[in-house]
Design a protein around this ligand. Structure first.
Ligand SMILES: Cc1cc2nc3c(=O)[nH]c(=O)nc-3n(C[C@H](O)[C@H](O)[C@H](O)COP(=O)(O)OP(=O)(O)OC[C@H]3O[C@@H](n4cnc5c(N)ncnc54)[C@H](O)[C@@H]3O)c2cc1C
Length: 482
């Protein structure tokens, strides 16, 4: 089925998250006729909003890293620049068994940029801070992941333990790795932390690398930004851009099979090799036929669609619980923009974001004295503590955790509206690709290019560019015909 009469090669994009939407845009810009197929009834994937107190709050991605500038450039193209907002500079906290402490500012995944700063000493004690402070004087090691950026798959845990010691690893790096990457440092490759391996290779020191990354993010105008009204504005803008470009969008359609055959259009001028792909749904019904496919789905789905025999790394479950609370004592933002929770603190949640403190535009959109706080559950290797709980039980747990983290009692009766949103999180990319798609199929997603929108947006554009190149007639000779 050809959804439009543009006449270029017909490309199916499977998955309507940010990766799929960005790829669809690039493909249409490159002259392809695009049909995007999304399983859910709504677009956006892990960018999703929920209405609380009449305003939209993100229950998936809530911000984007400004590094690289790709997301801001996309927003500029989509006419969204004037909606970009920056978080309040209130700092964030770590809650441990010993209480709550402000997080040292300007580090990279918890690696301190200024090891002797008071905030670092408060976490590590003087001895621990000194151990980190002397790290730039240690011998440069050649075996480490940074030294072989792109090569050896050393874990962040091993590298930090070796260079900075157990205390910095356990008290600073571990809670941040768990909060941001949902995994322990010993399971996280250094490569998965954007820029760290390269900065370490350049400087030979983790502390100097953290400083370089901090300076780069300051130069780029701060580490994260968002869109007024929530990140779903990006999804809406991408969807209307796709429609303006004549792309077709089919939601509520789950692709369960892709197979390759021979195109009846093989001889048509401008058509690629003659390979034709058929997408089918769970009932075996043909969804569409096309010249090429871009899979922007989770790794588990891509592996199944490509009939990959090696099982992908396991996904794990997390859950976000967002509460709109009438509690004026939170006006003081007692934990700044939010807090990460170390294991052993007696709190089930792994992180809390004080959304109305972090994003002033959102505070202005709810009644005075009302606060929206968002808790995340599900540490690596364990089911989220909210899994299997009834709504009443989940709400009670969220209120207890929020009270402990914020230091302000929050009773379920003070909660005006709330919502819970389960998610599945896949493994970040490793140093080598885990799936090898056949010619005519490309892959995009955070498991390909790295976690977060700042990695996903350029990754999806690159995947679309590779597919366009494959589809150009000059490349026909290199494409095996089926
Ligand atoms: C709770 C949470 C908070 C986050 N916070 C941030 C943040 O603040 N900043 C940031 O940059 N990143 C954040 N992220 C990560 C970010 O959301 C993701 O990296 C990004 O959204 C991934 O986009 P994607 O399009 O690759 O995948 P997804 O958004 O997962 O999209 C994949 C799409 O494929 C669809 N699909 C699956 N199977 C099929 C099928 N068989 N047929 C058709 N369609 C199918 C799915 O329904 C989905 O829409 C967060 C993630 C979570 C879960």
């Amino acid at each position: 089925m050809h959804a439009s009469t543009r006449g270029g090669p017909h490309v199916a994009v499977v998955g309507g998250g940010v990766s799929g939407l960005v790829a669809a845009r690039e493909l249409a810009r490159g002259g392809a006729t695009v049909t995007l197929v999304e399983r859910d009834t709504t677009l956006g994937g892990r960018v999703r909003g929920a209405k609380l107190e009449g305003a939209t709050f993100d229950v998936g991605a809530e911000a984007f890293a400004t590094r690289g500038g790709a997301v801001a450039a996309l927003m500029a193209d989509l006419g969204l620049s004037d909606r970009i907002v920056h978080p309040a500079q209130l700092g964030s906290w770590v809650v441990t068994a010993n209480g709550a402490l402000p997080l040292p500012p300007g580090g990279a995944v918890g690696i301190p940029a200024r090891p002797l700063a008071a905030a670092v000493r408060a976490h590590l004690g003087l001895r621990g801070a000194l151990r980190v402070a002397v790290e730039p004087l240690l011998r440069r090691d050649v075996a480490g992941a940074g030294a072989s950026a792109g090569g050896t798959a050393e874990t962040l845990g091993a590298l930090v333990r070796r260079r900075l010691g157990d205390r910095a690893l356990d008290r600073l790096v571990r809670p941040i790795a768990l909060g941001v990457y949902s995994t322990v440092p010993d399971r996280l490759e250094v490569q998965a932390v954007p820029g760290l391996a390269d900065a370490y290779a350049r400087t030979g020191s983790l502390v100097r690398a953290a400083r370089q990354l901090r300076d780069a993010s300051v130069a780029a105008g701060g580490a994260v930004a968002a869109l007024a009204g929530g990140m779903t504005a990006l999804v809406d803008a991408l969807a209307s851009d796709a429609e303006d470009r004549g792309s077709a969008i089919r939601t509520g359609t789950r692709v369960v099979e892709i197979t390759r055959g021979v195109s009846e259009h093989a001889a048509a001028p401008g058509r690629p090799s003659g390979a034709q792909w058929t997408l089918r749904d769970g009932a075996g019904k043909t969804i569409l036929r096309c010249d090429a496919v871009l899979l922007a789905v989770p790794e588990s789905v891509a592996a199944a669609l490509l009939a990959e025999r090696t099982p992908p790394p396991p996904e794990h479950d997390i859950e976000v619980v967002a509460l709109a609370v009438a509690e004026p004592r939170l006006d003081a933002a007692p934990r700044g923009t939010g807090a990460l929770v170390a294991e052993g603190a007696g709190i089930a949640a792994k992180a809390l974001t004080h959304a109305t403190a972090k994003w002033p535009d959102r505070a202005a959109s709810v009644p005075a004295g009302t606060h929206v706080i968002r808790l995340s559950y599900g540490r690596a290797g364990a089911a989220p503590e909210t899994a299997g709980l009834s709504d009443d039980e989940a709400l009670a747990l969220a209120c207890r955790d929020a009270s402990l983290i914020l230091g302000v009692p929050i009773a379920p009766a003070a909660v005006r509206e709330w919502t819970r949103q389960p998610w599945k999180v896949g493994a970040p990319p490793g140093s080598a690709p885990r799936l090898a798609p056949p010619p005519g199929v490309e892959l995009a997603g955070d498991w390909v290019s790295g976690t977060g929108l700042a990695s996903v947006v350029p990754g999806a554009r690159a995947a679309a560019a590779r597919l366009l190149e494959h589809l150009t007639p000059t490349n026909e000779s290199s494409v095996p015909s089926a």
